[in-house]
Design a protein around this ligand. Sequence first.
Ligand code: F6P
Length: 342
Amino acid sequence: GMRVGVLTGGGDCPGLNAVLRAVTRKGISVHQHEILGFRSGWLGPVEGLTMPLTLDKVEDILNRGGTILGSSRTNPYKVDDGIARLKATLEENRVDALIAIGGEDTLGVAEQLTHDGVPVVGVPKTIDNDLDATDYTFGFDTAVHIATEAIDRLRTTAESHHRALVVEVMGRHAGWIALHSGLAGGANVILVPEQPFSVEKVCAWVEQRFERQYAPIIVVAEGAVPEGGKELLLTGEKDAFGHVRLGGVGTWLAEEIAARTGKESRAMVLGHVQRGGTPTAYDRVLATRFGLHAIDAITEGDYGKMVALRGTDIVRVPLREATASLKTVPLERYAEAEVLFG
Ligand code: F6P
């Protein structure tokens, strides 16, 4: 067997623990490997923060959200001596190869590391579903499920009060969560980052809905912007954690709707509730299959690859492809939903 390191980086995501469990169980029982977890994303191997993953350690975590290893957005290439320290940790712990579970940033580091002589296999992760090299990422289905439930609940209170309700969901660059939860929840308007929106048009749909004596639900992705108004909502400022602040499009839009239509309007920002808690069955299955295939890739020495879903098959693609381009909502897909607005 080998000594295999594993870490989870970037924003957490329901299903991460399911990957860790699958990697550990198959790694130990089928391949006779030892599995060494690193805490807090890339910070773990830089600082030497370890957590051995045994069969007991991964018992009862399949359905638990988050990640037992913890996560961070640390980039070892931006830390003083980061790569030297990371390599030293791997050597001290006799780690033969690494499994990195993460999104664009984490996998970008994984790809760079393979060129710097560190054998890595990647597992894609993001609730946003915006990685081009895989059909779906785990966590997305859970996020859509939670957002859909929120829409269902907001609808009954909106109807009772004859109000417009704006739901802001996650998605800075891609509107997949907005599109899918909006379709599932029968939203009366869906707004995505890919298509700048006209406030006039939104208000027309809102009024159309009120005319039929129903309350409008507007689902807006956090990264959606009004036509010509990019500067208005993308402030460009960074918060204390280095995160670029978004302008709060949902709250802004609710106020615009009230001002322009004279109808009562409320906004709710769904936020991190979309990322927390237990993964759906779909996400548990996908995460488990990714984990099983990643440990096989490691065992075969097939480094520099990422596991990915193509149709119903798990395949391996070069890590380079994982970060090459973002998968955004095609405008035809958005137009398909648009006929249902109002
Ligand atoms: O990429 C996942 C994501 O949840 C985005 O949808 C969102 O914009 C961002 O992370 C939020 O990040 P943080 O957890 O740092 O607030």
